[in-house]
Design a protein around this ligand. Structure first.
Ligand code: BGC
Length: 450
């Protein structure tokens, strides 16, 4: 048999052997995917985004709703504040918006966690894993098609608070800027500046506002656009960021104004200690955040800043991780304690929330800038308003632990080489999709333990 014939024979056999079905949690579709499109029994191929379909346990995907087609209006929205913007329809309650409220548990995350726990054979670990479903996390509105889920959650939260008397707080991440994730690739989004992205974004915000308006009895807290403003502080040397600067500012201003008009308590994302906490970056950061606050007419609903979103820094490190050398702000407490007075003196009396979802274990990274699926991470201090720091309203879990930061598949259009570094867990699926082995590590390494 010639080599060619052997190759042909192999090619006819291989697909049937290697690619018959994807395993549970494996990839089964998406742009550029050439592998199997059917799933192992007990799981269903579920489209999570254009880039990634995943075999999710069960006979239907947990909590997914069919994506409605988004209507994109072409109306130009006001993008600057010189006209004054609209006043908040309600006056914010004084003090910490988390106090007196029970964070609503995302049914989507709970279903992800329950399915994951059911796939763990070690009974002790499975029990611990299942308990994670009771830890509140934020819901990322990372595509316009997810906005209707918010309406479902608000309706659910409203009925829970009516039946239990416990006031509910729905936690969301507003995350759909055009040319998103301008200095990295893993979380590249659905809108592009070159293709009507700014108008699409206004429409996305309008759809969020329309949902929230229907449930004035439910409190909503939002993290605004992870990484975007921080990229404008330090990454304007990246062409995509420089090109996005004015659009990001216009879009974030619109989000702040419109969400204020329906009484959403907002925290702009402020990177973390190892990014904006460096001495050269912190004052420029304070200046930019204050400008953005003022562009939203200093709305009292723009409560402050969120730090460490999807990152791994301790709130208070027992001792500085060696990778932080040279930065006096070696943990989130130091960063916040340094930044808050700068903001206040510039005119922004900012309060903070801090993500500790994956910060349970320390000294894991090779470089402080590493962010992708860091090996050995564990769930951290659980959400609480007992923060021990008067600048900090709450410790929160913003990144849903178990969802990937980015794929390690170098042929993916959203491949970022950070996800192949030696401290990144591999192989890893696309950003936002379930990463079972990573979740299991977060559970076993949780600190405090589960
Ligand atoms: C992804 C989002 C996802 C979020 C939470 C981000 O890195 O880009 O798609 O919703 O993480 O997992």
């Amino acid at each position: 048999m010639s080599k060619f014939a052997t190759l042909c024979a192999l090619l006819t056999v291989l697909p049937a052997v290697s690619y018959a079905q994807s395993p549970v949690w494996g990839q089964c579709g998406g742009i550029g995917w050439t592998g199997a499109t059917t799933c192992a029994s007990g799981s269903v191929c579920t489209e999570l985004n254009d880039y990634y379909s995943q075999c999710i346990p069960g006979s239907s995907a947990p909590g997914t709703t069919s994506a409605p087609s988004s209507t994109v209006s072409s109306t130009t929205r006001p993008t600057s504040t010189s006209s004054g913007g609209s006043a908040p329809s309600t006056t914010p309650a004084a003090g910490n918006p988390f106090v007196g409220y029970t964070p609503y548990l995302s049914p989507y995350y709970a279903a992800e966690v329950q399915a994951a726990a059911a796939n763990i054979t070690d009974a002790t670990l499975a029990d611990k894993a299942a308990s994670v479903a009771n830890i509140p996390t934020f819901t990322w509105l990372d595509q316009v098609a997810k906005v209707p889920d918010l309406g479902t959650y608000l309706a659910d939260a409203s009925s829970i608070q009516n039946s239990t008397g416990q006031k509910q707080l729905v936690q969301i991440v507003v995350y759909d800027l055009p040319d998103r994730d301008c200095a990295a690739k893993a979380s590249n989004g659905e809108f592009s500046i070159a293709d009507n992205g700014e108008q699409n974004y206004y429409d996305y915000i309008d759809q969020i506002v329309a949902q929230i308006k229907q449930y004035p009895d439910v409190r909503v807290v939002a993290v605004i656009e992870p990484d975007s403003l921080a990229n404008l502080v330090t990454n304007l040397n990246v062409q995509k960021c420089a090109n996005a600067e004015s659009t990001y500012k216009a879009c974030v201003t619109y989000a702040l104004q419109q969400l204020s008009s329906v009484g959403v308590y907002q925290y702009m994302d402020a990177g973390h200690a190892g990014w904006l906490g460096w001495p050269a970056n912190i004052q420029p950061a304070a200046t930019l955040f204050t400008q953005m606050y003022q562009s939203a007419n200093s709305s009292p609903f723009v409560r402050g800043l969120a730090t460490n979103v999807a990152n791994y820094n301790a709130l208070t490190a027992a001792s500085p991780d060696p990778i932080t050398q040279g930065n006096p702000n070696y943990d989130e407490s130091h960063y916040i304690n340094a930044l808050a007075p700068m903001l206040a003196s510039a005119g922004f009396p900012a309060q903070f929330i801090v993500d500790q979802g994956r910060a349970g274990q320390q000294n894991l990274r090779q470089q402080w800038g590493d962010w992708c699926n860091i090996k050995g991470a564990g769930f951290g201090t659980r959400p609480t308003t007992d923060t021990g720091n008067s600048y900090i309203d709450a410790i929160v879990f913003v990144k849903p632990g178990g969802e990937s930061d980015g794929t390690s598949n170098s042929s993916s259009p959203r491949y970022d080489s950070t996800c192949s570094l030696s401290d990144a867990t591999q192989p890893a699926p696309e950003a936002g999709t379930w990463f079972q082995t990573y979740f299991e590590t977060l559970v076993s390494q949780a600190n405090p333990p589960l």
